[in-house]
Design a protein around this ligand. Structure first.
Ligand code: HEM
Length: 168
């Protein structure tokens, strides 16, 4: 069962990530279309990739990942850090979708700096996720947080000087 979940997860993640990396490369082609035919061909390809391939792969990756969390019982800090990076990838996915809505309007282009920035950010996030999931670093979160964050009842002690009803 776990093996199948992992196969589904890694396959879906591969399609999703390949899509997020390559979409800005397709968007930047908008500046080079010569006629309406080429514009519609590019638009059809981009929409099909986003709607029929990349977005379903994203749902499958997240769904199988959630299944794996419970199957493998990975309730650990590196997993929380991985989910934070995956959240940023989901945002990148949403922004990529918003671009498609405007990109094929009259006179629109996708500047090269956005292509470089978008691709760079997505590659950095993927690198971060792969590092966390493969190295599984032992992150000691309590040393990064202020004292008292992991102490039961600490808020009462911290706020005691401000509380007129606190018993001495
Ligand atoms: C909400 C999204 C995701 C969730 C909930 C999730 C969750 C998980 C879980 C629980 C595992 C099993 C970990 C283990 O067996 O120790 C796993 C494995 C893995 N995930 Fe994800 N994941 C998500 C997205 C991603 C993304 C976006 C990537 C790549 C960029 C990714 C790459 C991997 C890889 C490579 C493995 C295999 C690691 C191994 O077997 O050692 N995951 N994921």
């Amino acid at each position: 069962m776990i093996v199948w979940l992992k196969i589904i997860h890694i396959s879906a993640v591969s399609v999703w990530m390949a899509g997020l990396v390559s979409l800005p490369g397709l968007y930047v082609q908008r500046a080079h279309v010569v006629d309406k035919d080429a514009l519609y061909r590019l638009q059809r390809m981009v929409r099909f990739s986003y709607v029929a391939l990349i977005s379903p792969a994203a749902f499958l990756a997240v769904g199988s990942g959630i299944g794996l969390i419970f199957a493998r019982e990975v309730f650990v800090t590196w997993m929380s850090a991985k989910l934070a990076l995956v959240g940023a990838l989901v945002l990148a996915h949403t922004f990529a979708g918003l671009v498609i809505i405007r990109l094929f309007g009259e006179g629109e282009v996708y500047p090269v700096w956005r292509f470089l920035l978008g691709t760079g950010v997505v590659l950095a996030l993927i690198g971060g996720v792969l590092f966390l999931v493969l190295a599984k670093p032992d992150i000691d979160i309590s040393s990064l947080l202020p004292d008292g964050m992991s102490e039961p009842g600490a808020l009462k002690r911290i706020l005691a000087p401000l509380n007129p009803w606190a018993t001495p």
